[in-house]
Design a protein around this ligand. Structure first.
Ligand code: PLP
Length: 382
């Protein structure tokens, strides 16, 4: 049947891609725990594309379709974590490749990339995400095969211009991969700005309930490099479990509502606390004073995300005191769940961290913003 209405991704995703089970009429897809799939007497697969569940799991189908739709890509892959998803890209590079990554990015991934590339003979350069010209200086024509970016950048929320980064990467023959975990496809669709591969820690906003560890990649084109990544998952085996994939498709149905609420509350919190006497700065791309605000306005639609940081007066001790006094915010790492979290980032990242010691990272959830503001007020006032 040809469709008369071309709905927005938001509508498709809320409905799990308009899922109706062909056998039962159920509006929720089933969880398929089977590890293997039958063949008929002629040795043809009973269901094309499903053979063995290290790679092809029918429970992935709805979630992967939702991701492809959300990002406007040509295909998606779920992984057992965000790290596994990012790792599959790096592991698909040739020996001797040259890659460029930001100096400030999700620290666990930066540490892994630096160590892995060193051991496997991949040359790695780092650029300053706050300096728009530095990336162009670090790429090498005909040599660089991958430019990695993250925007807004964890945990300072610097904004990288995706369109410019794509141009720089493509000019030297490199692919642009982007960690879009924090922006989410609700606010930014990087493929529209020229990105080749979008990565998500689906553990965060995509699932949204702090109960699944998962990762995802979405590709702009089903090319040879993407085929390699597909093989990296099938053979490397970093696949998600059926139950986790099912929880993820359920979580993604409310993605738009959750991200809009978090963005709205984060904006209110940032405005409320900017200039607060106990704060050196409020880092949030939605504030006009933020150096990345103009670019953020260009590439983020409908909000600036649910993540912000406070640089607290009184140094590391002042930051730790403030965090200690929180009663509504929960002291925990991670982000993107419906419960608001707060953390002293330096304590988590350790002595190699480039993060200011007085930085407190805040993941705004879905609670009443009145309570969130009251909690931060009393925590700062001491
Ligand atoms: C959490 C996170 C990751 C790592 O993802 P996991 O699902 O924990 O493996 C990567 N990038 C960003 C921005 C993250 O927040």
């Amino acid at each position: 049947m040809t469709k008369r209405i071309n709905v927005l991704p938001e509508t498709d995703v809320v409905q799990g891609m308009h899922y109706v089970d062909p056998n039962s009429g159920a509006v929720v897809p089933p969880i398929m725990p089977s590890t293997t799939f039958a063949r008929d007497g002629n040795y043809e697969l009973v269901s094309a594309g499903h053979s063995y569940a290290r790679d092809e799991n029918p429970t992935f189908d709805t979630a992967e379709k939702m991701l492809t739709c959300l990002e406007g890509g040509q295909g998606s892959l779920l992984f057992s974590s965000g790290m596994a998803a990012a790792g599959a890209i790096v592991q698909s590079l040739d020996p001797g490749a040259h890659i460029v990554i930001p100096k400030v990015m999700y620290w666990g991934l930066r540490n892994w990339m630096v160590g892995f590339c060193d051991r496997w003979g991949i040359e790695l350069d780092q650029f300053d995400p706050a300096d728009p010209d530095d990336l162009a200086d670090k790429v090498k024509a005909g040599r660089t095969s991958l430019v990695w970016i993250e925007t807004p950048t964890n945990p300072t929320w610097d904004v990288i211009d995706i369109e410019t980064a794509a141009e720089i990467a493509h000019t030297v023959g490199a692919k642009l991969a982007i960690d879009s975990t924090v922006a989410t496809p609700v606010l930014t669709r990087p493929i529209e700005f020229g990105a080749d591969i979008v990565m998500h820690s689906a553990t965060k906003y995509l699932n949204g309930h702090a109960d699944v560890v998962a990762g995802a990649l979405v590709t702009a084109s089903a090319d040879e490099f993407w085929e390699r990544i597909c093989m990296a998952r099938a053979q490397g085996g970093a696949v998600l479990g059926s139950f986790e994939a099912w929880l993820l498709q359920r979580g993604m149905r409310t993605l738009f509502m959750r991200v809009r609420q978090a963005s709205q509350s984060a904006m209110i919190i940032a405005e409320h606390f900017k200039g607060h006497p106990k704060l050196e700065s409020v880092l949030y791309p939605g504030l006009e004073s933020h150096p990345g605000h103009e670019i953020a306005k260009k590439q983020m639609q409908g909000g600036f995300g649910g993540m912000l940081s406070f640089c607290v007066a009184g140094g590391e001790a002042g930051a730790l005191d403030m965090v200690r006094r929180c009663e509504v915010f929960i002291r925990a790492t991670s982000l993107g769940g419906v419960e608001s979290l707060i953390e002293h980032r330096y304590s988590i990242e350790g002595p190699d961290s480039p993060i200011p010691r007085n930085l407190v990272r805040i993941s705004v959830g879905a609670e009443s913003v009145v309570d969130l503001i009251a909690d931060l007020e009393q925590a700062l006032d001491g």
